[in-house]
Ligand binder design. Structure first.
Ligand code: MN3
Length: 202
């Protein structure tokens, strides 16, 4: 069964002024759509065409570069859109907040380390908060890789991921990736991150 582009869970301009509408339209409608289309092309007529997206991603290194790049692109963006929301931001609460304080000392210190992971990822990639062996950990991946992949240097279950490709911020922030990384905290949907945390911690 062919994969399809999931609808954005909010209007493209809903994350203004932090993420602009044109960036969202191009990012979702063009970039993410292209990952979906190219993934479908890469698996059509192969033994992989009936596998789930997660199965493809987890075995990406043994399938093909096209599945690794486009399957990763589809998984990562589908995950990312759900992590953003209008009227969001602020700080996590409950068990997630406690775990963050435990591991990173404070929410501010967590944010700083996460921003550094994003800012120092050379070229294109993603910054992640994952659960690895039951513990929160910050990591980053190149291109459209993610920590679920067999090829990931640091493996785990992502609970938060931020796209640091230039296409995620260039129209509004140009080359100022750290400024984008700061702004994105205003639209992080902590309820969704907490949901991912609860699921991954089971
Ligand atoms: Mn992207």
């Amino acid at each position: 069964m062919a994969f399809t582009l999931p609808a954005l869970p909010y209007a493209p301009d809903a994350l203004e002024p932090h993420i602009d509408a044109q960036t969202m339209q191009i990012h979702h409608g063009k970039h993410h759509q292209a990952y979906v289309d190219n993934l479908n092309k890469a698996i059509a007529g192969t033994p992989h065409e009936n596998k789930s997206l997660e199965e493809l991603v987890k075995a990406a290194g043994t399938i093909s570069p096209a599945v690794r790049n486009n399957g990763g692109g589809h998984w990562n963006h589908s995950f990312f859109w759900e992590l953003l929301a209008p009227n969001a931001g602020g700080q996590p609460t409950g068990a997630l907040a406690a775990a963050i304080n435990d591991v990173f000392g404070s929410f501010e210190s967590f944010k700083e380390k996460f921003n550094t992971a994003g800012a120092t990822r050379f070229g294109s990639g993603w910054a992640w908060l994952i659960i690895n062996n039951g513990t929160l950990q910050i990591t980053s991946t190149p291109n459209q890789d993610n920590p679920l992949m067999d090829v990931a240097e640091v493996k785990g279950t992502p609970i938060l991921g931020v796209d640091v490709w230039e296409h995620a911020y260039y129209l509004k922030y140009q080359n100022r990736r750290p400024e984008y990384m700061n702004a994105i905290w205003n639209v992080i949907n902590w309820e969704k991150v907490a949901e991912n945390f609860t699921k991954a911690a089971k």
